[in-house]
Design a protein around this ligand. Structure first.
Ligand SMILES: N[C@@H](CCC(=O)N[C@@H](CS)C(=O)NCC(=O)O)C(=O)O
Length: 446
């Protein structure tokens, strides 16, 4: 049915703007005297959503449909429209998504709209190369050779973030908690980091809270306090110079190297060196392998925008995990008997793997619990004093599943998989007596 012609007299008309699943629709409901039926014209910026509607001959981005006379606007009828706004909305819902809509059309309609929206979101949130492979933007603020003054520093982190988690672990192991106070953000509805006091059970794990130094509500505001302002991505971790009101660094590896060796006169554990000179070469070799294929590799799987890009990423990821599994069969840590920065970097990805990446980033070929050496190694590091406190598994799952909207639009948070909870992670790992037989790095083809 087409829209009423001018010759027809309208008895009533209603215009209404509705949002359905974040898409604005404009509906115009018109009742004509002649037919005592109602016509409904609907327009939307994403007109492909409306392909299911029978188009009028004159349709130019507008579509019309006939609705039952029971939905008349006439107050005397038993109309769905006659008793207030709620019923009107319900009736419009029926018009838009009613039982009469064939499921195939519903799916193809929503698919077209969702795919377009997804492509737009992903191109902004997860930049990709021409083949659809995720390309992580470089960090903007790097540590220069001149180290900042320790007494003026503040660390901003978010608990779900694996990069920020590295800084929390090294800060804890070096005993820098008093020297470097921390503010812990959590992802807001729009995915940006914000500060809030949250209700907490137990005090054996770090929890999000307020901005303890600048009193800001959002991390973006903190970045904006620097001289000259800031319009880029407000990422964690971020090291802040309190006195100069300046971002010192927002690159995790720079920060952990600085925490490891740049603050020894303030550290409670200055003797711990996670990057000794004699192991630097090995650490770099492991990082070169682990960063692109595992740390960033899981993101390359999750943010891939083409099948080819995903296939390549998932293949790289699991072939390197297999090789690390082999290596850890004869070596307690990556570089031998001592924990290094390379282990810290691998650990923060492993601890998120089964609870998040396995499902959400489609890293489903295997779970870490299925790798005996990797799983024992992960438990070994988890059980190092103060490390477990930095691992808020609940906040991590919440952060990814509730807030990473483009990958989980329904925002439903799955249950914690068994074997991943604190109790399972504290089971014996039996790696303490392991002597590293071969300390050289195996040669990998990847
Ligand atoms: N290369 C950076 C990556 C930091 C990063 O991507 N952090 C994410 C959280 S996991 C973030 O804050 N994203 C917020 C945004 O992009 O707006 C590092 O290692 O520090």
């Amino acid at each position: 049915m087409s829209l009423p012609t001018e010759a027809q007299r309208f008895t009533r008309s209603i215009r209404i703007a509705v949002n359905y699943k974040y898409v604005p629709y404009h509906l115009c409901l018109v009742e004509t005297e002649a037919s005592r039926a109602m016509s409904c014209s609907i327009s939307s910026p994403i007109s492909s959503h409306l392909r299911w509607m029978p188009p009028s001959p004159k349709a130019t981005g507008k579509f019309t449909c006939r609705v039952s006379p029971r939905m008349s606007l006439n107050n005397n009828s038993d109309s769905n429209f006659s008793s207030g706004g709620d019923n009107l909305i319900k009736a419009i819902g029926k018009v838009l998504w009613g039982a009469s809509l064939p499921p195939g059309l519903l799916i193809s309609t929503v698919r077209t709209g969702w795919n377009s929206a997804w492509q737009i979101m992903m191109s902004q949130l997860a930049p990709s190369d021409s083949s659809g492979g995720y390309t992580r933007p470089p960090s903007k603020f790097r540590l220069s050779s001149q180290n900042p003054t320790a007494t003026n520093l503040h660390l901003y982190v978010g608990l779900p973030c694996p990069w920020a988690h590295r800084t929390l672990i090294v800060r804890a192991l070096k005993g820098l908690e008093e020297t470097i106070p921390v503010s812990i953000a959590l992802p807001g509805q729009d995915g940006a980091w914000e500060f809030k006091d949250v209700q907490v059970q137990g005090n054996d794990v770090l929890v999000p809270g307020r901005d303890r130094v600048n009193g800001c509500r959002r991390l973006k505001e903190v970045y904006g306090l620097r001289r000259g302002g800031y319009n880029g991505r407000a990422t964690v971790p971020m090291l802040w110079d309190v006195e100069r009101k300046e971002v010192v660094c927002n690159e995790s590896y720079d920060i952990i190297e600085f925490f490891n060796s740049g603050l020894n006169s303030f550290a409670q554990n200055p003797g711990l060196d996670l990057s000794p000179v004699e192991l630097k070469g090995k650490i770099e070799e492991w990082n070169r392998l682990i960063y692109p294929n595992v740390n960033n590799g899981v993101y390359r799987c999750g943010f891939a925008q083409s099948q080819e890009a995903y296939d390549a990423a998932v293949n790289d990821l699991f072939s390197i995990l297999d090789k690390i599994e082999d290596h850890l069969g004869s070596s307690r840590y990556l570089c031998g008997d001592e924990l290094t920065l390379a282990d810290v970097c691998l650990f923060t990805t492993l601890i998120r793997f089964d609870i998040v990446y396995n499902v959400m980033f489609k890293c489903m070929k295997k779970k870490i619990v299925e790798y005996p050496n990797l799983h024992g190694y992960m438990r070994d590091i988890y059980q190092i004093p103060k490390v477990a406190m930095t691992c808020n598994l609940e906040a991590t799952m919440d952060g990814y599943f509730r807030m990473l909207f483009p990958l989980n639009p329904g925002c439903i948070r799955p249950v914690m998989p068994s074997g991943c909870e604190h109790e399972a992670l504290t089971r014996p790992h039996n790696r303490g007596s392991m002597a590293s037989a071969d300390k050289s790095l195996p040669v990998f083809a990847a």
